[in-house]
Design a binder for this molecule. Structure first.
Ligand SMILES: Cc1ncc(COP(=O)(O)O)c(C=O)c1O
Length: 398
């Protein structure tokens, strides 16, 4: 079972068919979990032939088995214009490996100021040690990025919407400038996934997903991916093999299983997220809601123009109060867990402090900021929980 023109299908249909050729022919819908380190050959001649073309099929466990290939192929099929996908043991592993594949000593990367904190830290530590410099830029810079480009600039890293504060970047404008200068663009597209924002079709060269979040969708696997144009894919593959990066077939199986329901889950995350965000925006204890699909969010016009929907992650800023008052809100919540990560079926609340992370821009807020992930629960129940939390916050203000 294989569609001869997957790009003609709508994303929701592609989610169902993508990556299935590896299990086709045996009647099994899902690829079996094939665990392997050693691959046995019939004879030495076959082993020698495989050594000459190790990418042609089963070769050695690090290169994967049909289980991992099904997932990688499925992610490639979901991204029109892609040449292939590499899988990594976490989202951070994908970010580091992609930057290491693209940058040499003496090069410079332009990194968005609203990037996920470990992306910034890796620039300031790992890359700096290798003689690679980083300049951070305003997420709302758009085509103005041209003014920052110098002789050493080799990569522009984008994350849209940004972590914690959700600024939506003008990705097509930045990528057009980068292409004109021969600079490679890398986007952390974890919030939207290719379903809500087709990165490569918007001009991006390499699209990274922390599959740990929405692809896996059930808070039980760490994984990252990088889907790239054909030229860039070859570079990523070489570096991933040099670094020995691979994922287990068991994890790949779970990620592919999660991927099949990504479309329906995202619709529920969007509906629940927007219902809760709109309600929060009307509460007197809330100063701002930072949700890309709501007009008050910086770059909302880019979301409206470029995105096919919203996922379930956003922040809100409390009106006044301190850490203690905020904790009165979060610690008593019954349906929201307190913890890192997001993209699973369950709701989460996390106190965040964007001001302490930024360097190219300033973040000022009227009170503490809370990031919410809205799971697939009924939003009315979540609202009751948050309403009680806001009352506790008010009482703690005195
Ligand atoms: C936007 C974004 N990118 C990347 C990552 C890293 O993914 P992982 O936790 O799989 O390393 C995260 C994790 O929270 C994230 O929020």
């Amino acid at each position: 079972m294989q569609h001869d023109d997957p790009d003609s299908l709508k994303p929701g249909t592609r989610l169902v068919t993508a990556g299935r050729p590896h299990s086709a022919g045996r009647g099994i819908v899902n690829p079996p979990v094939m665990r392997a380190s050693t691959i046995l050959f019939e004879n030495v001649a076959d082993l020698r032939a495989a050594s000459r073309n190790p990418d042609a099929g089963l070769y050695y466990g690090r290169r994967g088995t049909p289980t991992q290939w099904s997932l990688a192929d499925a992610l490639t099929e979901l991204e029109p214009g892609a040449g292939g996908t590499m899988l990594y043991p976490s989202g951070v592993a994908a970010i580091s490996a992609v930057l290491l594949a693209l940058l040499d000593p003496g090069d410079e990367v332009l990194m968005v100021d609203s990037a996920y904190e470990p992306s910034r830290v890796n620039c300031n530590t790992l890359l700096r040690r290798l003689g690679i410099t980083t300049r951070f830029y305003d997420p709302l810079i758009g085509a103005g990025i041209a003014d920052l480009i110098g002789d050493k600039t080799k990569v522009i890293f984008l994350e849209s919407p940004g972590s914690l504060t959700f600024e939506v970047q003008d990705v097509p404008a930045i990528c057009a400038v980068a292409r004109a200068h021969g600079i490679t663009t890398v986007l952390d597209n974890t919030w939207a996934t290719p379903l809500l924002f087709p990165a490569l079709a918007s001009g991006v060269d390499i699209s990274i997903l922390a599959c740990t979040k929405y692809v896996v969708g059930h808070s039980d696997v760490m994984m990252g991916s990088a889907t790239a144009t054909p030229d860039q894919y070859a570079r990523l593959r070489r570096t991933a093999m040099q670094l020995g990066q691979c994922v287990s077939p068991d994890d790949a199986y779970l990620a592919l299983r999660g991927l099949r329901t990504l479309g329906v889950r995202l619709r529920q995350h969007e509906e629940g997220g927007l219902t809760v965000a709109r309600w929060l925006a009307e509460q007197p204890q809330v100063a701002h809601v930072l949700h890309p699909a709501l007009p008050g969010c910086p770059g909302h016009e880019h979301w409206k123009r470029d995105f096919k929907g919203a996922s379930g992650l956003f922040s809100f800023v409390l009106r006044g109060g301190d850490e203690k008052a905020m904790a009165a809100l979060t610690d008593g919540l019954r349906l929201f867990g307190i913890g890192f990560s997001w993209g699973g079926f369950e709701s989460l609340a996390l106190p965040v402090d964007p001001a302490s992370i930024r360097t190219a821009t300033r973040w000022e807020a009227d009170g503490p900021t809370v990031r919410l992930h809205i799971g697939i629960e009924e939003p009315e129940d979540l609202i009751v929980d948050l309403a009680e939390g806001l009352k506790r916050f008010e009482s703690a203000l005195g």
